[in-house]
Design a protein around this ligand. Structure first.
Ligand SMILES: [Zn+2]
Length: 97
């Protein structure tokens, strides 16, 4: 349902379902931050108290982790948000015209 990384296509290329009604907006980014933050915050605590890494090592590891997890989750959560909007017939999904 995407062209490129995050751009939602106007219509499904397989079944012609209109997808341009979606209003995902900041929702996927909010959910990504929520999930990545709640997963990494306890890991930062454990990683620091258990292993006491060098600050630069710690910052590098968690920056790479945060970026990788965010890039992985963002399109999937956008698909989830658009799918929920579609299933709930929100924002014009399912209207005859
Ligand atoms: Zn389809």
């Amino acid at each position: 349902m995407f062209q490129g990384y995050l751009k939602v296509v106007d219509r499904c290329p397989v079944c012609r379902e209109e997808l341009h009604h979606h209003r995902a907006d900041d929702g996927p980014a909010y959910l990504t931050i929520l999930i990545v933050g709640h997963l990494l915050a306890p890991l930062i605590h454990v990683g620091f108290t258990r292993f006491r890494p060098e600050p630069l090592v710690m910052a590098t590891v968690f920056t790479v982790l945060a970026v990788a997890m965010s890039l992985y989750l963002l399109p999937r959560l956008k698909g989830l948000v658009v799918g929920i909007q579609w299933s709930r017939r929100m924002h014009g999904f399912g209207k005859a015209h």
